[in-house]
Design a protein around this ligand. Structure first.
Ligand SMILES: *Cc1c(COP(=O)(O)O)cnc(C)c1O
Ligand code: SF4
Length: 339
C-alpha cells in the first residue's frame, strides 16, 4: 500500500524537495536516520519548509547534536526488562512489536531505533514479551507502540490482540499510530477487524497539523470509529509546524470535528539533531493560554513533558491559580480572588 514512498535523497532532489547543493549532507543524514515520505504526505507538501514538509524532509541540521540532546531522551532502554517491553509506571507497559513507521518524523524521540529494516520482534521474542505481561499482574494496560503497530500485517496484529485478550489482568489496550492519516489505505476491514477485542481498545492518533486530515484520512478514522474504537489525539509542539495559536486551533479543531479527542500536546523530547524544532516551555504555555476560552473545551489537550532521563510524564500547565496569593486568572488574563 502507500503507493510510492520516497526514501532516497536522490528521489527527494528529483521531487524538488531538497536542492542538489545539499545532497551530500542529506545523504549523511539519511545514512543515520530513516527517511520515508508516503504519497499522502508528499501531495500535501506545498513548499519544503511548510508544516508538512518540515516534519518529513531530512535536513543537514540533523547532523548537529546539541549539548542537551541524548540518544535515548526518555530513558526507555534502562526500563526494558525484556526486548519489546518498556515498564516505567506500575499499572501499564509499552509493547513495541516493530520499529517500522509509515513515515519518519525528523523530530522522532526514538529516531536512533526506528527504521524500515529492523526491529520486528521475532516469534520467540514476542512470546517472551507476552510472557512477561502474563506474569506481571499489576499490568492493566498494554500500550502498543514502536515504530507504528498499524504497520503490522492484520494477521500479526490479530495474534497480538488475541494474546492480550487472553490475559485476565489486562483490561485496556492502547495503540499509538500515525498510519490512519499517513497511509489511510492500510486501514482495511481486515486491519480494523484485527483490533476487535472485548477489552477496552483505544487508538491514539499522532497528528501535528490540520492539513494532515485529508479526505482519505478522515474516512480511515471513520472506519475505526465504526468498529467502536475511541480515538484520542497526540501531537508534538514543533517550531514551524504548529507553533502559533492559529495552527494549534486548526489542529485541535480538526481533531474534534473528526471525533478525535486531543489527549497530549508533547513538549519535544531532546533527541539528537532535533533542535531546530524546539519551542521553549514558556512559549508553549503562552500558546495554550491563547487557546483557553477561544476553542471548545473538547479541543484542549494536556501539555506534557516527558522528563529527560526516564523520570516520567508531567503536565506543564498553563495554570491559572496562584497558590501564594490565592488569586485565579480568567481566560482573558484578569485576576480574581478565589471565592
Ligand atoms: C508515555 C509512556 C506511557 C504512557 O503514559 P500515559 O501518561 O499513560 O499516556 C507508559 N509507559 C511509558 C514507558 C511511557 O513512556
Ligand atoms: S511515527 Fe512516531 S515512532 Fe515513527 S518516526 Fe514518527 S514519532 Fe517516531
Amino acid at each position: 500500500m502507500g503507493g510510492s514512498t520516497l526514501r532516497s535523497p536522490r528521489q527527494l532532489v528529483r521531487a524538488g524537495l531538497i536542492p542538489e547543493t545539499i545532497l551530500d549532507d542529506v545523504e549523511q543524514v539519511a545514512a543515520r536516520y530513516a527517511t520515508a515520505i508516503p504519497d499522502t504526505f508528499l501531495s500535501l507538501i506545498e513548499t519544503p519548509d511548510d508544516p508538512v514538509g518540515l516534519q518529513v524532509i531530512p535536513h543537514p541540521d540533523e547532523l548537529i547534536m546539541a549539548p542537551s540532546e541524548r540518544e535515548d531522551p526518555i530513558g526507555d532502554d534502562a526500563l526494558s526488562p525484556v526486548p519489546g517491553i518498556v515498564h516505567r509506571y506500575e499499572d501499564r507497559a509499552l509493547l513495541k512489536p516493530l520499529l517500522i513507521c509509515p513515515l519518519y518524523c525528523r523530530f522522532c524521540f526514538r529516531r536512533e531505533h526506528v527504521g524500515p529494516d529492523g526491529g520486528l520482534l521475532d516469534e520467540a521474542a514476542l512470546e517472551t514479551a507476552l510472557g512477561w505481561l502474563r506474569t506481571h499482574e499489576q499490568i492493566r494496560e498494554v500500550i502498543l507502540t514502536g515504530g507504528d503497530p498499524l504497520m503490522l500485517s492484520a494477521r500479526r496484529l490479530a495474534h497480538i490482540v488475541r494474546a492480550l485478550d487472553d490475559i485476565p489482568h489486562v483490561t485496556t489496550i492502547r495503540i499509538h499510530s500515525r498510519v490512519p492519516l499517513a497511509d489511510p489505505g492500510r486501514i482495511t476491514d481486515e486491519l480494523t477487524g484485527a483490533m476487535e477485542t472485548d477489552k477496552a481498545m483505544w487508538l491514539v492518533l499522532h497528528a501535528n497539523h490540520e492539513r494532515e486530515f485529508t479526505e482519505a484520512g478522515r474516512a480511515a478514522l471513520r472506519r475505526m470509529q465504526r468498529r467502536g474504537i475511541p480515538l484520542l489525539g497526540q501531537s508534538v509542539l514543533l517550531r514551524g509546524v504548529n507553533d502559533s495559536v492559529e495552527a494549534l486551533e486548526g489542529l485541535f479543531r480538526a481533531m474534534v470535528e473528526n471525533r478525535v479527542k486531543p489527549y497530549y500536546l508533547h513538549q519535544l523530547d531532546p533527541a539528537p539533531g532535533t533542535a531546530r524544532f524546539h519551542v521553549p516551555v514558556e512559549e508553549g504555555r503562552a500558546l495554550l493560554q491563547g487557546l483557553r476560552g477561544r476553542v471548545t473545551g473538547l479541543a484542549w489537550p494536556t501539555y506534557i513533558l516527558d522528563i529527560p532521563g526516564g523520570f516520567g510524564k508531567v503536565p506543564l500547565g498553563p495554570d491559572y491559580l496562584d497558590t501564594g496569593s490565592g488569586m485565579v486568572q480568567d481566560p482573558s488574563g484578569r485576576w480574581h480572588e478565589l471565592p
